[in-house]
Design a protein around this ligand. Structure first.
Ligand SMILES: Cc1cc2nc3c(=O)[nH]c(=O)nc-3n(C[C@H](O)[C@H](O)[C@H](O)COP(=O)(O)OP(=O)(O)OC[C@H]3O[C@@H](n4cnc5c(N)ncnc54)[C@H](O)[C@@H]3O)c2cc1C
Length: 516
């Protein structure tokens, strides 16, 4: 990875060319590409005190990626040192910190700088960004890398939860200072995070009550240590690592066939998953509780080798009948059984279908982006939104994946933004805004495709679905199709306002010209 000695030029009072929000894979990936293109007039605003996003914030026991590390990393920054096929969180976080250092990004980053709001100033053609602590800046282009899974979701409507006097925390805010040893612990939720931390804490706690609404389908995890020989090979022969990455990508990509083309393919996956339950869970009653009744893939397919063995231990109870109420020191199930607990851990995931809080992003006419998304978030190619000029969302609506690496999607979007910036420069463009009819057509097409896919038709209720019933989270096809669609910035889909304005004419919609 190259070292950069460049110093960003960011005089506070001058409008910047670009402001990036967030330092996860999206924000860092975007910044690296800008820097490689010789663009230095940008800042990265990060609310926390270090880089890393998801991999800084999620440090619960057992946290790891569930896409192989050789693929779940930047294509331009291969890491021959991955210790396992699915590396643990500390390694992924350290990889992202290393990327920030080696590409010389830290001088561009303003830590502890939460974006409280960003408003499009139509007259000036600038984003006015308010930062925590009363600071502000302006930028021509705003790029959000604020994350799709970064706002923790808590269970709603659980009676008496506020009366609980014991310890509570969400998996994303794990309290390592709280000793779980010998405690009676309730875990609410059985999603991707819970199946990673439950086997870790089961060994320590006196009693673990696992409150499960719907069981996930779980496959064996093809995890293993990466051997010294492989690490040496990848270090000396980067092509070998690229080929390995390519092979993993191709294997993961074939899974789309079952998700979107023919759900019958999922029958084979179902057989493997059922065998996995049978191998590790001998008790027929527990087996029945852990066996899903919906099509494989409808909810995120999870991978684990230690979850089922942990649930089969004597100190674990799986409660699938729901919670009637929480009391000061106990939880009462729907069946009336009262179970005393010292701590409740929420493994209840994230605000996936409303990733953007209200009151943060205001576009043309002061419109809050959340108010334009009443039927669920939508964007054009997951990146641009009508009414929000010069705004690019990385990991925006319908860019999520149930089958492959998000870093691949992020790099596709970064490519699209880079080409947009090039075209703005070349065409003397002041602002770009996707045409509403283009955005509507695009979303009509992907929603039609999604309505036939297993996520909608598979007989489950998942976090992919917005309360309106629309799947606003996932990309409905092969990721290489998304890559193809984002390879070039399609100016024809946008209204472009020229940079040079004739002073005699007033600013307003009549000035907008269409560039094709
Ligand atoms: C536990 C877990 C495991 C996962 N495993 C995988 C996996 O194996 N494979 C996969 O493909 N995907 C996985 N994902 C999805 C993962 O979120 C994405 O792959 C990817 O990390 C998203 O990167 P991001 O940069 O878009 O967002 P994030 O990593 O969430 O980063 C967002 C950043 O924006 C900052 N920010 C947010 N709001 C503001 C604000 N207002 N002002 C300033 N800064 C702000 C945050 O502090 C954060 O640093 C996982 C997610 C979780 C939660």
């Amino acid at each position: 990875m190259p070292k950069s000695s460049a110093k960003p030029a960011t005089p506070k009072e001058q409008p910047l060319r670009i402001a990036i929000v967030g330092t996860g894979f999206a924000g860092l990936g975007m910044a690296i590409r800008l820097q490689q293109a010789g663009i230095e007039d940008f800042v990265i605003l990060e609310k926390a005190g270090d880089v890393g996003g998801t991999w800084r914030d999620n440090h619960y026991p057992g946290c790891a990626c569930d896409v192989q590390s050789h693929l779940y990393s930047f294509s331009f920054a291969p890491n021959p040192e991955w210790s396992r096929m699915f590396s643990p969180q500390p390694e992924i976080w350290s990889y992202l910190r290393k990327c920030a250092d080696q590409y010389g990004l830290r001088p561009y980053i303003r830590f502890n700088s939460e974006v409280q709001s960003a408003r499009w100033d139509e007259k000036a053609g600038l984003w006015r960004v308010q930062i925590a602590g009363g600071r502000e800046l302006s930028a021509k282009v705003l790029i959000s890398g604020m994350g799709g899974l970064s706002r923790p979701a808590y269970p709603v409507g659980v009676r008496g939860l506020e009366k609980f006097r014991g310890k509570t925390f969400h998996s994303q805010d794990w309290d390592h200072g709280y000793d779980l040893k010998g405690k009676r612990v309730a875990v609410i939720g059985t999603g991707a995070s819970a199946i990673q931390f439950v086997p870790q804490i089961q060994k320590e706690v006196a009693q673990l009550d696992l409150y499960q609404r719907t069981p996930p389908w779980i496959l064996p995890k093809p995890d293993r240590a990466v051997s010294d020989f492989e690490q040496r090979l990848f270090r000396r022969l980067p092509l070998a690592q690229r080929l390995f990455r390519g092979a993993i990508y191709a294997m993961m990509e074939t899974r789309v066939l079952g998700f979107t083309v023919n759900p019958k393919i999922m029958n084979l996956v179902k057989r493997i998953a059922l065998r996995h339950i049978h191998r590790h869970v001998k008790d027929p009653e527990l087996r029945a509780k852990l066996t899903p009744d919906y099509t494989v893939g409808c909810k995120r397919v999870l991978i684990s080798n230690d979850y089922y063995p942990a649930l089969a231990q004597a100190n674990v109870d799986v409660i699938s009948s729901g919670i009637r109420e929480v009391r000061a020191g106990s939880i009462v199930g729907q069946d009336g059984t009262e179970r005393p607990v010292d701590a409740i851990i929420f493994g209840t995931g994230f605000h996936a279908t409303d990733p953007m809080p209200k009151g943060v992003l205001f576009g043309r006419g002061g419109l809050d982006i959340v108010d334009t998304w009443k039927d669920g978030p939508e964007a054009y190619k997951g990146t641009t939104v009508a009414g929000f000029p010069n705004l690019f969302l990385i990991v925006g609506p319908n860019t999520g994946l149930g089958h492959n690496s998000m870093v691949y999607m992020i790099e596709s979007q970064v490519n699209y933004v880079m080409d947009a910036l090039r075209k703005m420069d070349a065409g003397g463009v002041r602002s770009l805004e996707v045409k509403p009819e283009v955005q509507a057509r695009f979303n009509g097409a992907i929603q039609a495709r999604l309505s036939r896919a297993v996520w909608t038709a598979g007989g489950c209720k998942s976090w992919y679905l917005h309360p309106s019933g629309k799947n606003t989270s996932l990309w409905p096809g092969f990721t290489f199709q998304f890559r193809r669609q984002t390879r070039r910035f399609d100016l024809a889909a946008y209204v472009a306002e020229p940079a040079e304005r004739k002073p005699a004419r007033a600013a307003g919609p009549e000035l907008l010209v269409e560039m094709t």
